[in-house]
Every structure is written in C-alpha cells, then in structure tokens.
Write a protein that binds this ligand. Structure first.
Ligand SMILES: [Zn+2]
Length: 143
C-alpha cells in the first residue's frame, strides 16, 4: 500500500445522491478492484448536476473539487455514473426525455457526452469514463 500513502489514487467517482444507488455504485467500484482507491463527489444528477444549466450554482464546487483531487490524490481518471429514474434528470430535461428506457438512454448519452467534453476542456490530462446505471446496478458505459 506504499503507493496509497504517497497519494496516488485511481479515480474520482461522480455519482447521484439517490439513496437507491449508493450500494450499487459502491459494489460496482468494488467489483472493479477500486475499493479505497477513489475519491467521491456525490450530487443530485451526478454528471447532469455538474453540467446542466438547471443546476448552474453547483458547477463550480464540482470542478474545484475535481482539481483538488487531481492535486492531492493524483487521480488519473474521473468516472461519472448517472442512473435510471433520476429525479434530477427529470428536472433538467423534462419528463418526456426520460419517459421510456430508450428516451432515457438517449438523454443520458447526450448529457454524458457533454460531461466528457467539459472534462476534456477543463482537465485535458484526465481520462474519463461515463456510465448509466440501472437501479439493479447494471451499468451501460458510453464513450
Ligand atoms: Zn439521481
């Protein structure tokens, strides 16, 4: 664990505050052998909360925290996980845009693409992974 004491961690994880997703997200990261190797930023809507204009007052806190985690923890990557049936996604995009699984996939796909673009602009050295998680913990990654 010497590398951990030196402050070299793998990732910052960005996830939603929804209580139903806390354990699925934790389990997903454990399955990826990331236990103890990530910092975490939890905010309503996850990537949607830190990019969509509906939540503009929240954006700065995330980007500042991401910068801090890069500096302090030497993370290499940000992993953003949004989820199905997300109340924040409904507020941001409207009920019609998340009314069916297909519409929801398309909406989150666009939101996650916007997130990747903003990370590339603000932190070009950082790798980005984005995924949409179902309530049962199954995740679809978008690239
Ligand atoms: Zn949510």
């Amino acid at each position: 664990m010497a590398w951990a004491a030196e402050g070299n961690y793998e990732a910052m994880v960005l996830a939603c505050i929804d209580p139903r997703l806390q354990e699925p997200v934790r389990n997903y990261l454990a399955d990826r052998q990331l236990k103890g190797k990530y910092s975490q930023f939890v905010i309503a809507g996850s990537a949607i909360g830190v990019t969509h204009p509906a939540f503009k007052d929240w954006h700065k806190a995330f980007w500042d925290n991401l910068g801090t985690s890069i500096q302090l923890h030497k993370i290499k990557k940000v992993i953003a996980i949004t989820h199905r049936d997300c109340g924040a996604a409904r507020i941001a995009f409207g009920a019609d845009k998340v009314a069916t699984a297909a519409a929801e996939t398309e909406t989150h796909g666009m939101a996650l693409a916007d997130f990747r673009k903003q990370v590339a602009e603000r932190q070009p050295a950082l790798a980005v992974e984005t995924g949409l998680m179902a309530l049962d913990g199954k995740i679809e990654m978008f690239a």
